[in-house]
Design a protein around this ligand. Structure first.
Ligand SMILES: Cc1cc2nc3c(=O)[nH]c(=O)nc-3n(C[C@H](O)[C@H](O)[C@H](O)COP(=O)(O)OP(=O)(O)OC[C@H]3O[C@@H](n4cnc5c(N)ncnc54)[C@H](O)[C@@H]3O)c2cc1C
Ligand code: SF4
Length: 462
């Protein structure tokens, strides 16, 4: 299936300019561009794009509203399934989900569903379109742990059907990775994340920040003393992994999570804030996922010479193609088939370089990807001042350790069914806390399924 109208390109900030600022890379569509792109959708009777969306947004329906010139209606269609359209339109890996399944992609370019969703989300917010309403309170209370996409999606669905929902968040701002991890230049906090969280609050959801569940209050106390009939755990996977190589304790070695939290949540890039951040001028980021791309592009914007070190080849990079493309445009140095063996320090205990080994690709491993094999005698050094480890994360063990009967697997993830039921009655879980580090939309899908299961559970008890 082909379409005579080519996919409408999206305007972006000039790479040379944007590599020196934290303003958004992509400008998104305006009304004229969105209206033209929307006409490309065939309005399929059995839309493959919807099947491929983890929260089943009614994609052809909202695109049809754009074609009709009724963007407010488009915003309300999306809001039936997602209260984070401006977030998802910016960060979802559409190429492997809705757009990856779009029928137009078989012989040409798929509809730019993500950019259309972003346009509708932004337009709805700017025009103050009322999105969703909550049913009258049904007298039942549910607690949600964590205010990331999983927790917010669960809270929103429960509030819509009348539950009194309180979200407990350990940090001082709500949003999880949307707030502390994904950089401002991909996902603006004040303009996008904050207002979309407000839409959840508007449904009557209470968000209590600075509460460490497992310390300030336990899951047992929430259920036995505070009257919550069910608890949803959406506490994410914020515990960084390290390589276990010599030199990782040197000054100047940090996790990507810490580096990004300092810049995003604590505004280290903004001179009006006192948050310290050190780049030393030369930064090496170890890893090849979205987190690595965010860290290296942030380091570049802070004025450093910034490189990626990754042990496989470019084909295996797990980051989104778009992020790799943007990073290259901004002048990031990619050192592929390179594996760190030791971080080198000076006499004061600060990083001065990283000793690496060149790799080649061998046979495919269990993941289906060709595994990297060291080339003997190929060691070399890269001089640098900071090494950022972006090797993946796992769930923090605190909640499982303080909640009797809540089982975890060997990766530290909470054991839960697809509907979110855990091994502890009345306790549900979803998102990265269950799957390990994944995506925003998968976390939202898990939060929504758990909300339906919590509703069924509470109904069955009453
Ligand atoms: C730098 C970075 C870039 C990423 N880029 C993308 C991207 O482009 N696209 C994409 O789809 N995905 C991306 N991801 C992944 C995505 O952000 C996550 O998969 C998603 O946020 C998971 O949602 P969640 O709600 O399960 O957890 P989180 O977003 O991690 O939220 C969990 C929340 O729980 C809170 N919490 C933890 N423990 C407690 C406790 N004991 N008490 C109270 N609160 C607690 C945390 O502070 C946090 O706010 C990225 C991740 C990172 C780190
Ligand atoms: S699959 Fe593509 S063409 Fe068909 S409804 Fe979805 S977006 Fe439109």
């Amino acid at each position: 299936m082909a379409n005579k109208i080519p996919r409408v390109p999206v305007r972006e900030q000039d790479p040379k300019v944007r590599a020196t600022n934290f303003e958004e890379v992509c400008y998104g569509y305006n009304l004229e561009e969105a209206s033209l792109e929307a006409t490309r959708c065939l309005g399929c009777k059995k839309p493959r794009c919807v099947e491929a969306c983890p929260v089943s947004v009614k994609i052809p329906d909202f695109i049809h509203c754009i074609v009709e010139g009724d963007v407010a209606a488009a915003a309300r269609v999306i809001a039936q399934d997602s209260l984070l359209p401006s977030v998802c339109g910016r960060v979802c890996p559409q190429e492997t989900q809705c757009e990856g399944a779009c029928i137009l992609g078989v012989k040409g370019e798929p509809v730019a569903i993500g950019k259309l969703e972003r346009f509708v989300g932004d337009w709805g917010r700017e025009q103050g379109v009322a999105l969703a309403e909550a049913a009258p309170h049904n007298g039942h209370k549910v607690a949600v742990v964590g205010s990331g996409p999983a927790g917010l999606a669960c809270a929103a669905d429960l509030a819509k059907i009348g539950y009194g929902v309180t979200v407990f968040e350990v940090l001082h701002r709500a949003g999880g990775v949307l707030q502390y991890g994904i950089p401002e230049f991909r996902l603006p906090k004040e303009r996008v994340v904050g207002p979309e969280i407000e839409n959840v609050r508007r449904l009557g959801v209470k968000i209590e920040t600075d509460v460490v569940v497992g310390r300030t209050v336990t899951v047992d106390q929430l259920m036995d003393e505070e009257g919550f009939e069910a608890v949803f755990i959406g506490s994410g996977a914020g515990l960084p992994r390290f390589m276990g190589i010599p030199g990782e304790n040197l000054n100047g070695v940090v996790s990507a999570n810490e580096f990004l939290t300092r810049t995003n949540l604590m505004h280290a890039y903004d001179r009006q804030y006192d948050t310290p951040i050190y780049t030393g001028g030369r930064v090496v980021v170890v890893g090849g996922g979205n987190v690595a791309m965010d860290a290296v592009r942030t380091a570049k914007r802070l004025g450093a010479e910034a490189s990626i070190v990754y042990r496989r080849s470019e084909t295996e990079l797990p980051a989104r193609r778009e992020e790799v493309h943007h990073a290259k445009e901004e002048g990031i140095d990619f050192r592929m088939l390179t594996n760190p063996a030791e971080i080198l320090g000076d006499e004061r205990g600060w990083v001065k370089g990283i000793r690496c080994v060149r790799m080649e690709l061998g046979e495919p491993d269990a993941s289906g990807r060709r595994s990297p094999v060291e080339i003997p005698g190929s060691e070399f050094e890269i001089p640098c001042d900071v090494v950022i480890m972006a090797l993946g994360t796992s769930p923090n063990p605190l909640i499982a350790a303080t909640t009797p009967g809540l089982e975890t697997n060997r990766r530290g993830c909470v054991e839960a069914t697809d509907e979110g039921a855990t091994t502890r009655e009345g306790v549900f879980a979803g998102g990265d806390a269950v799957t390990g580090a994944a995506t925003v939309i998968l976390a939202m899908g898990a939060g929504r399924r758990a909300a339906a299961a919590i509703d069924a559970y509470i109904r069955s008890k009453n």
